[in-house]
Write a protein that binds this ligand. Structure first.
Ligand SMILES: Cc1cc2nc3c(=O)[nH]c(=O)nc-3n(C[C@H](O)[C@H](O)[C@H](O)COP(=O)(O)OP(=O)(O)OC[C@H]3O[C@@H](n4cnc5c(N)ncnc54)[C@H](O)[C@@H]3O)c2cc1C
Length: 440
């Protein structure tokens, strides 16, 4: 029988959201997951599955039953010919990479961190960059889902195709994802080249940058014209690294955190900090190469608040220039570096922020130096207004202020997703307060 724990407190990675679930379960098998759902039905409780707990929002929070999938984390099947791999949904990408390496395989694209589960990253619409690459959920070719009544649905293009089209970006509201089958590619190495530029140059030459590099993105340093361009491309070069403890940690982390903390008393310092750190760390070319997953991911040292909306790719220039103009017109609004700008191919997944359009993601951040919250409301509201004006859709994992009315306008297939959700979960077992704002 599955054992439940009382008194467990959950906090997300950035310690910005948390909850006290009534019961906490770590099932080890499909049968034990079913047992938890049976108990929840009998006691009329809500259920939330948590993966790596990295979402910077309350999307994974609940005061009902919490299921942690960390013990359902095996690689179940490897089809070397098709390059397809089936895994249990609770596997952390950090554990998946070495297993794929062993078989000469890799995921074709990844987000910035790997302490996250496969079900979590697909469910929240996690993305990276590369205009020929979709969000991570587009790498899924099949999945199995346990619905509120304990039934297991096998979903793919050829089986329960409607549910499959919804469940790849599932928001945690359709049931418990049990397994995921990924379309992988042959293992590959990437070379990363980063170099300085200006916002004008990069926006005037976007098409050319997108053509030049398979995984192109850039970091804009707000309160300035400075930009750091990052190209990542296939290579056969031997692994090499540009990292260095002094610059990465002593300067790029400890000194930066201290100065950001000082700036909480003197906000006018933020523009200077952005320019100073660009000059110190990003004003010259850097190169490194390694296995793809070691280049795609990096150590994220700072706890932070984030927003990350996807706008139509062709609106990139207008939207960023408007964000810049807003900051120039309101010198009291503080924006930490970087604003990260990434590009993603459109897809057909119902709740994907890239549904039916190639997109540009504009990710803004406000750090929490030594855990201290920095006022961000004005920046957040101005950013959301600009993103909405240009047809933006918020990242599901990251906190936003949108409600059902907004999503009805943003997502042509919103109704279709709602019908599927209501059919699979008629009593709302998998809802929480985050999802109530989305669906009610
Ligand atoms: C440092 C950092 C860097 C990041 N970088 C990126 C990035 O580069 N690109 C990007 O797009 N995002 C990024 N994110 C966001 C991150 O990818 C997402 O928050 C992702 O969902 C985290 O996965 P997780 O396993 O922690 O999911 P959780 O936060 O635990 O859960 C996310 C959602 O999935 C649901 N869920 C999880 N497992 C299951 C399951 N088995 N069945 C049903 N529902 C389930 C949860 O209920 C919740 O709704 C970053 C976040 C952090 C903290």
């Amino acid at each position: 029988m599955v054992h439940g724990y009382k008194g467990v407190q959950f906090q997300n990675w950035a310690k910005t959201y948390g909850c006290c679930p009534e019961m906490y379960y770590q099932p080890t098998s499909v049968e034990e997951v079913r047992e938890v759902l049976t108990l929840a039905r009998q006691q009329n409780k809500r259920v939330k599955v948590v993966g790596g707990g990295h979402s910077p929002s309350d999307i994974a929070c609940t005061d009902g039953f919490m299921i942690h999938m960390g013990k359902m984390n095996r690689v179940l099947q490897v089809d070397k010919e098709k390059k397809q791999v089936t895994v249990e949904a609770g596997i952390l990408l950090t554990d998946l990479h070495p297993q794929l390496d062993k078989h000469g395989l890799a995921m074709s694209n990844l987000g910035a961190v790997s302490d996250v589960t496969i079900a979590g990253v697909i469910g929240s619409g996690t993305h990276n960059t590369g205009i020929k690459h979709g969000i991570l959920a587009t790498q899924v070719v099949a999945l199995t889902l346990m619905t509120a009544d304990g039934a297991v649905l096998e979903c793919s293009e050829s089986s329960n195709a409607d549910v499959f089209q919804a469940a790849r970006v599932h928001l945690g509201c359709l049931g418990v994802i049990l397994t995921v089958t990924l379309q992988c590619v042959s293992q590959f190495q990437l070379q990363e080249t980063s170099f300085p530029s200006t916002l004008k140059e990069v926006l005037d030459n976007l098409d050319s940058h997108l053509k030049k590099s398979e995984y192109f993105r850039f970091h804009w340093f707000p309160h300035s014209e400075n930009v750091n361009i990052i190209y990542q491309d296939h290579t056969n070069k031997a692994p090499s690294s540009a990292s260095n403890w002094f610059w990465d940690y002593a300067i790029g982390f400890y000194l930066l955190e201290f100065l950001l903390w000082i700036s909480t008393y003197l906000p006018c310092l933020v523009g200077w900090i952005n320019r100073f750190f660009f000059w110190l760390l990003f004003s010259h070319k850097k190169e490194s190469s390694n296995l793809s997953h070691k280049i795609f991911t990096y150590e994220c040292r700072f706890k932070q608040h984030v927003q990350d909306w996807a706008i139509p790719r062709e609106k990139t220039k207008e939207a960023l220039l408007e964000l810049k103009a807003m900051l120039e017109a309101h010198p009291n609004v503080v924006a930490h570096f970087p604003v990260e700008v990434r590009f993603t191919r459109g897809d057909e997944i119902l709740m994907s922020p890239c549904f039916q359009r190639d997109s540009c993601y504009v990710n803004i951040i406000i750090y929490r130096p030594y855990g201290k919250d920095v006022p961000r409301l004005d920046y957040w509201l101005a950013y959301e207004t600009i993103m909405k004006k240009f047809g933006g859709r918020p990242h599901w994992a990251k906190a936003h202020n949108c409600t059902r009315k907004d999503f009805e306008k943003m997502y042509p297939a919103f109704k279709k997703f709602c019908n599927i959700r209501e059919k699979l979960d008629p009593t709302g077992m998998f809802l929480n307060s985050y999802l109530e704002k989305v669906f009610y």
